[in-house]
Design a protein around this ligand. Structure first.
Ligand code: EPZ
Length: 419
């Protein structure tokens, strides 16, 4: 099992670059199926989840190569329209391939992605939306079989602004004649990035990042070159780490607007924050003060993916903080592990009450991607040495974490055990 050894209690100082966004590159990699041509993607982070998505593209018949942070996908020779279970289970969000495979091949078979560490992760909103567009769907033995009958554009209303359902609906709609409106669409910045990719491929899409997205006509097949937007959750994670440890860091290649709610919380907790162009600076001189209620919401509200990293910082604050997790059912799995480091957290349903205090080193185990990041932050802020185990969870969404933290003066060493 791979693990980090971290000696905590040191402030973080220095500059670190933000990588491309995991949650943008994944739907865009799926969307490279649409044009049956060449797609050049820059600023692609090298993450476990990205490798899982590339494995699916190669299984379907695409030629994919990486040169540094540029990934090139040639989707001209797609022969398959199914994603086998062993590839689906690698990454729950592989369901995002459903729309593009349908749009390209007219049919699709995926094994149901099933739940994951943070909740059951249903896909009912995805399937309801696709049926509205004319997709015939049947479930059998844990697989879903889809046939794109006569796809026709129409209004699709999402009962919840689901990010994945918005993306799957958008990607399917590019193959529908007529026009489609996605109403109550997710407004995450990654949706606008996907729209930008589709527009470069010749698709007429507008409204990405707002609540109503309009898609008209079928997508002409043009080669695309695109640069992935910065990862706002990675940025939030480093900001929370500095808030927890003290010091002063500057993030480069960021989108300050995309971390606005996180910056507001950290300012309210006593940090000094400054933004200039694509840089974000945070200084934490005093011990944090308790955070007013942090309620996770769809974008532009506070991001659920930053809840665990911010909670780790709140564990070191003076006073209490309250978290309300409104997006996922089971997103406090990091709490018992933080408690092993002396954190005082009481969970009742979707609410967590954190009483700040001192943290001490301990041996802890990652439960999921963002929970793992929270354990690293707590270990960096704790007095003494910690071991953070099962860090393959972290490899899913953070590129070169130990290297970047070392740039900021952290004492962190990675050991790769047999998997
Ligand atoms: C995306 O997941 C992100 N993943 C998640 O990031 C992120 O936490 C989430 O959006 C919310 O921002 C990627 O983009 C790859 P949802 P997604 O559909 O699309 C329920 C990370 O750590 N729901 O917006 O799966 C669902 O159960 C990951 O980087 C249904 O009920 O999120 C959840 O409670 C974790 N039915 C809520 O909606 C559906 O059909 C939000 O899910 C779909 C979702």
């Amino acid at each position: 099992m791979s693990y980090y050894q971290i000696r905590g209690g040191r402030p973080l100082r220095g500059t670190v670059p933000v990588s491309g966004a995991k949650n943008s590159v994944l739907p865009i990699l799926a969307a490279t199926l649409l044009n049956g041509g060449k797609n050049v993607l820059h600023n692609c982070p090298d993450l476990r989840d990205v490798r899982s998505a590339i494995a699916i593209l190669r299984y379907l018949g695409c030629r994919v190569r990486r040169e540094g942070d540029t990934v090139t996908v040639d989707s001209s020779a797609v022969e398959r329209w199914d994603v086998p279970h062993e590839l689906m289970r690698e990454m729950r969000s592989s369901v995002i391939f459903l729309g593009p495979i349908l749009a390209r091949c007219g049919r699709a078979r995926l094994s149901l992605p099933g739940g994951c560490d943070i909740g059951p992760r249903p896909i009912d909103l995805h399937l309801q939306a696709l049926q509205k567009l004319g997709v015939e769907i049947r479930e059998e033995g844990g697989d879903i079989y889809c046939r794109a009958g006569d796809l026709r554009g129409t209004d699709v209303i999402l009962s919840f602004p689901s990010v994945g359902a918005t993306e799957n609906t958008l990607l399917t709609a590019t193959a529908c004649g007529g026009s489609t409106r996605i109403i109550n669409a997710a407004r995450e910045p990654e949706i606008a990035d996907l729209q930008e990719f589709l527009r470069k491929g010749g698709s007429e899409v507008a409204g990405g990042g707002e609540s109503v997205i309009r898609v008209s006509g079928e997508m002409p097949r043009r080669d695309v070159e695109h640069t992935i937007l910065p990862d706002r959750i990675e940025a939030a994670t480093y900001l929370c780490a500095c808030a927890a440890c003290g010091g002063e860091i500057t993030l480069t290649g960021a989108e300050p607007e995309h971390v606005g709610t996180v910056l507001q919380c950290l300012s309210e907790a006593g940090c000094t924050v400054r933004t200039a162009g694509r840089s974000v600076m945070l200084r934490a001189q005093e011990r944090l003060s308790g955070l007013p209620i942090v309620r996770t919401m769809p974008y532009p509200g506070f991001p659920t993916d930053a809840q665990a990293p911010l909670m780790a910082a709140a564990c070191t604050a003076e006073g209490t903080s309250v978290f309300l997790e409104t997006i996922f059912e089971n997103r406090y799995r990091h709490v018992p592990e933080l408690a092993r480091m002396g954190a005082k957290i009481r969970v009742s349903g979707r609410t967590a009450l954190v009483t700040g205090g001192a943290l001490h080193g301990a041996r802890v185990r990652c439960t999921d991607l963002r929970g793992g990041a929270a354990l690293v932050i707590a270990a960096l802020a704790a007095e003494g040495e910690s071991v953070v185990e099962d860090i393959t969870h972290i490899d899913r969404g953070y590129e070169r974490l130990a290297e970047k933290l070392t740039l900021l003066g952290a004492d962190i060493r990675r050991t790769d055990g047999e998997t």
